[in-house]
Write a protein that binds this ligand. Structure first.
Ligand code: BG6
Length: 484
C-alpha cells in the first residue's frame, strides 16, 4: 500500500508571488510601451462608486491620453522594483524562498503588442532579474500575461476580442521562451483567466463600450486566450522540452446558502461557471454545461476545428490558482452581502471577513485542493493566497499577527490536503512585499512580509521594513512547514 504523505514534500516550492504592473514602476523607461494597467486611476474610497475601479471606457482612454489630464496612476509607479529588484530579491532570499512568481510586462518586450521586433532593453531587464533569483537558487515562476495587455492591442483590435491577438501573443511567448530557456522552467500563460468575464478590460484589454454584445465579446476573447495558451504550450515544449506550463484560476468556491436542493444545485452551477476555465485547460475540451450556457444566452462563438484540436493536444501540465475566500450561492439572494475579489456574496455567518470584506475560509482551501485533485489528477500549485490589511508602523516595527494567523491557518489546511492525498507542489504567498492593489490601486491594502514606506498618493521614502511575519515565514520555510 502507498505510504501516506504527512508533511510537505522535500522539494516543495515555498515563496511569494507578484505581478509586473503592481511592482515594477518605470512605466515609460527603456522603451516600454503603455499597458492597460497604466490607465487605471486611483480613486479614494470616499469617491468610489463601486468596490473596484477596473473597467474603463474608450472616452476615458482618450481623456487620459490628453496631456492635460490630472490623475494618479499608481500602477505606473508600482514600488519601483525596476530599480530595487536586487535588494528586494535579497530579502526574499533571506526568508529562504525556493520560488518567486513574477510576470513579464508584455509592453516592455513588445511596446505596442504588434511590433515586429522585441525591445532589447526590456529583455535585458528580465535577464538581470532571473540571474539574481538564480544566484540565490530561487526558481522563477513566470506569468506571461497578468492584467498587462499592451494598450496598442486594445486600440487596434479591442484586445482579445480579435483573433489577430493570438499571433501577437504567441510571438511574444516564443521570444521570451527562446531568450530565457536556460533560466525559467515554470510558466503560467494567463493570470486568473476567469477574470475576463468579470472585468473584460482587466482580463482581456477589452473596452466593452466598443462592443454591441459585451457578454458574447468577452467569451469570444476567452476562446482566443484558450487557443493562445495551447499554442504557447506547443512552442514551450519545442523550445524548452523540460519546462512546465500552468493555467491559473481565481478559485472562488461557492457553498449552498442552505441545504435546500435548489440552493445546492445553484452552488453546483456557480462552481461549474468558475471551473469552466480549468476544465478546458486541463481536460482539453469544452464541457457540455458551457455549450448549454452559450445556447441559453444566444451566444454563437467563432470556434474552428483547428482551435479545438490545438486545445485538445496541448492541455496544461499543472494547475495553479489563487485562493482568498469562499462565497455563498442562493436561489433567494436577499440578505446581508459582503465584498469579494470582483464578486460579491451573501455573508457566511460562520466566517470572519477581512477589512475589505473578503470572507476568510482556510478550510475552504483544503476543500478546493481536494476537489481539484479529484477532478483533474494534475499537480496543483497555490500561486496566490494572503491577507490584505492595513498595517501600523510603530518604532519602525510592524506587528502583523493577524497576517501570521491567516497564513498559518491556510498553510495548515494545505498540509491536511497533502495528507488527504493531494499532489501539491508549492505555496506562494501573494505580495511578499507590499505592492499596489489590483482592484483598488491602494497601497494601504497590504499583503507583504516586507513593508514598503509608500502611501496611496505615492508619498514616502519607499524604505523596506521587515514585519513580524517576515521571521515567521522564514521559519516556516526553514522547517519545511513542520513549524507553523
Ligand atoms: C488576484 C490578482 O486576483 O488578487 C492579483 O491576481 C491581486 O493581481 C490579488 O493583487 C489581490 O487583489 P487586490 O485587489 O487586493 O490587490
Amino acid at each position: 500500500m502507498k505510504q501516506m504523505n504527512l508533511n510537505f514534500p522535500n522539494n516543495f516550492l515555498w515563496g511569494g508571488a507578484t505581478a509586473a504592473n503592481q511592482i515594477e514602476g518605470a512605466y515609460n523607461l527603456d522603451g516600454k510601451g503603455m499597458s492597460t494597467a497604466d490607465f487605471i486611476e486611483f480613486i479614494p474610497k470616499s469617491q468610489r462608486t463601486k468596490d473596484n475601479e477596473m473597467e474603463i471606457t474608450s472616452d476615458k482612454i482618450k481623456q487620459i491620453k490628453n496631456s492635460n489630464y490630472q490623475g494618479r496612476f499608481p500602477k505606473r509607479d508600482g514600488i519601483d522594483f525596476y530599480h530595487t529588484y536586487k535588494e528586494d530579491i535579497a530579502l526574499f532570499a533571506e526568508m529562504g524562498f525556493k520560488a518567486f512568481r513574477m510576470s513579464i510586462h508584455w509592453s516592455r518586450i513588445f511596446p505596442n503588442g504588434y511590433d515586429t521586433e522585441p525591445n532589447e532593453a526590456g529583455l535585458a531587464f528580465y535577464d538581470k532579474v532571473f540571474d539574481t533569483l538564480l544566484s540565490y537558487n530561487i526558481e522563477p515562476v513566470v506569468t506571461l500575461s497578468h492584467y498587462e495587455t499592451p494598450i496598442g492591442l486594445t486600440e487596434k483590435y479591442n484586445g482579445w476580442v480579435d483573433r489577430a491577438v493570438i499571433d501577437h501573443f504567441v510571438k511574444y511567448a516564443e521570444t521570451v521562451f527562446t531568450r530565457y530557456k536556460d533560466k525559467v522552467k515554470y510558466w503560467i500563460s494567463f493570470n486568473e483567466i476567469n477574470i475576463i468575464n468579470l472585468s473584460p478590460y482587466t482580463g482581456g484589454g477589452i473596452l466593452s463600450d466598443r462592443e454591441d454584445n459585451p457578454l458574447s465579446a468577452s467569451y469570444q476573447a476567452l476562446h482566443h486566450q484558450f487557443v493562445a495558451s495551447s499554442l504557447a504550450t506547443k512552442k514551450l515544449k519545442e523550445i524548452i522540452p523540460n519546462a512546465q506550463m500552468g493555467c491559473m484560476l481565481a478559485r472562488m468556491k461557492h457553498y449552498p446558502n442552505t441545504c435546500n436542493p435548489d440552493d445546492v444545485l445553484k452552488a453546483q452551477q456557480d462552481n461549474q461557471a468558475n471551473l469552466l476555465y480549468t476544465d478546458v485547460q486541463a481536460n482539453g475540451e469544452y464541457p457540455n454545461y458551457f455549450n448549454k450556457f452559450l445556447a441559453e444566452n444566444n451566444i454563437s462563438l467563432k470556434i474552428t476545428d483547428a482551435d479545438l484540436a490545438i486545445i485538445k493536444q496541448y492541455p496544461v501540465d499543472y494547475i495553479s490558482f489563487s485562493y482568498y475566500m469562499s462565497l455563498l450561492s442562493s436561489t433567494e439572494p436577499e440578505g446581508k452581502t459582503t465584498n469579494g475579489n470582483l464578486m460579491n456574496s451573501l455573508k457566511n455567518p460562520y466566517l470572519e471577513a477581512s477589512d475589505w470584506g473578503w470572507q476568510i475560509d482556510p478550510v475552504g482551501l483544503r476543500i478546493v485542493l481536494n476537489e481539484f485533485w479529484d477532478r483533474y489528477h494534475k499537480p496543483l500549485f497555490i500561486v496566490e493566497n494572503g491577507l490584505g490589511a492595513v498595517d501600523e508602523v510603530k518604532d519602525n516595527q510592524i506587528h502583523d499577527q493577524y497576517r501570521i494567523d491567516y497564513l498559518q491557518q491556510h498553510i495548515t489546511e494545505a498540509k491536511k490536503a497533502i495528507q488527504d492525498g493531494v499532489n501539491l507542489i508549492g505555496y506562494l504567498a501573494w505580495g511578499p512585499i507590499d505592492l499596489v492593489s489590483m482592484s483598488t490601486s491602494e497601497m494601504s491594502k497590504r499583503y507583504g512580509f516586507i513593508y514598503v514606506d509608500q502611501d496611496d498618493y505615492g508619498n514616502g521614502s519607499k524604505q523596506r521594513i521587515k514585519k513580524d511575519s517576515f521571521d515567521w515565514y522564514k521559519n516556516v520555510i526553514a522547517t519545511n512547514g513542520n513549524n507553523l
